[in-house]
Design a protein around this ligand. Sequence first.
Ligand code: NAP
Length: 241
Amino acid sequence: MDKKVVVVTGGSRGIGKAISLTLAKKGYIVAFLYQGNATKAEETLEEVRGYSPLSSSFKCNVSDEEDVKSVRKEIEQKYGKDIFALVNNAGITRDALIPMMRSEDWKNVLDVNLSGTFYMIREFSRIFLKNKEGRIVNISSVSGVLGNPGQANYSASKAGIIGLTKTVAREFAKKGITANCVAPGFVETDMTKDLDRSAIENIIPLQRLAKPEDIADAVLFLIEAPYITGIVLPVDGGLAI
Ligand code: NAP
């Protein structure tokens, strides 16, 4: 196989869909994961295959380590060891102020966002280690950098992703593997559809929400950057200045 395979979690909707399409347009084969919305995944796969016909979708809950092990085997069966990059994008929010935050919502967000990212890295790094080459890009958030009232669970998970990424970068650097984070601000997706848009635009120096493609371009840049590792790249319209 002469084309490179990139695995993208949460690749069926929102930012993950834009990442899948951007990479497909660049000639990568995309293997994207989704959790449950099969109809949306099929629609996205059809679009992605329009640019990269060998791409596929896989159902996998990243917070379930057995599911992650099985999907790694399935992807390896389909594409062999020619897997070049992993983009950990799947994420959820369960917002509440701390006194009202249910333990279940604390745990679910940490399980999907942080443990899911760790399980994926643990499984796919075996392939990168054998190949002596690999790129890992993790989607953090401005919320993990600055903190955000109502998002204790989410901010902690996204800050955790930054610490995890820096350790992965240090642990694997001598093996030819890079690991970096993208930290988006507010992005136009299902996750932000209920927020007060004009209030948000007022606090963003560039005065607009990001489009999913703005984040996808940063992910592509890091996948194609052999000499950058351990960084957190803000793509937030200046929100975290
Ligand atoms: P989204 O529109 O809600 O899409 C979430 C994607 O993740 C879907 O493909 C969903 O699959 C998948 N997913 C959810 N839980 C999963 C699980 N347990 N296992 C596997 N896949 C799962 O989200 P988004 O706004 O594009 O956000 C993508 C990433 O960017 C997240 O990590 C988010 O925290 C981060 N981010 C977003 C913003 C923003 O403003 N939107 C800002 C900063 C950071 P199904 O469709 O099958 O459920």
